[in-house]
Design a protein around this ligand. Sequence first.
Ligand code: AP5
Length: 208
Amino acid sequence: MSSIVLFGPPGAGKGTQAQRITGHTGYPQISTGDMLRAAVTAATPVGLEAKSFMEQGLLVPDQVIIDLIADRLKHDDAKSGVMFDGFPRTVPQAQALSSIIQISHVIAIDVPDDAIVERICGRITCGTCGTVYHERFQPVPKDGCSCGNYVESRRSDDNEEVVRSRLETYHSQTSPLADYYINKGIFHKIDGHRNIDEITSEILSILS
Ligand code: AP5
């Protein structure tokens, strides 16, 4: 099994691109952020542990994440490959992953910090199907979400104070992971400060 990692700062467009590319690769999108939010909503032991880290824009402890991913990869839909969105985020997470599956491509979406706050503070999500939109850059279509039941949802960590903390966490703990994958020769950095369609085309061309 060979899999893909979408890497980049908060608001880089990892989720947006994963939703578009999964239709081309057939790989399921695995977002640790989405899994953790579901666990928080369901008040599971993982959710109860993760909640305060997420609210402060800090990383949830590695072992919690590694166990979550190891369980998720046992599902049938993960057998022929997956697309990770927001995982791994530390070298220990990447090392643990390498003992379970092989990664063929790490796509790093590069966006300057000053563009991130506007992206995140304007993010809206369809609460029914999870499609990501933006008030200005990717508005909900006039006839509503393609799922037919648009319900506006916003994340509690999408405010300026927490975004700045998430960015600090990214620079101190996650961006050093780039060297780990550069050394493996599978790291592809792309300019994420462009039109969403152009970014999708470049990712698809790298994957082909
Ligand atoms: P997570 O949910 O993974 O959040 P994140 O990494 O901060 O990333 P986002 O989901 O905010 O951004 P994105 O890159 O997916 O951007 P999107 O496509 O939505 O993690 C949340 C928390 O969970 C973490 O802080 C941490 O506590 C914990 N956590 C998760 N994984 C963990 C792990 N592995 N280890 C430890 N802790 C973990 O786009 C953003 C907005 O911009 C949208 O509105 C979109 O429409 C818009 N947009 C997208 N592309 C463009 C473009 N090209 N131009 C203009 N606008 C665009």
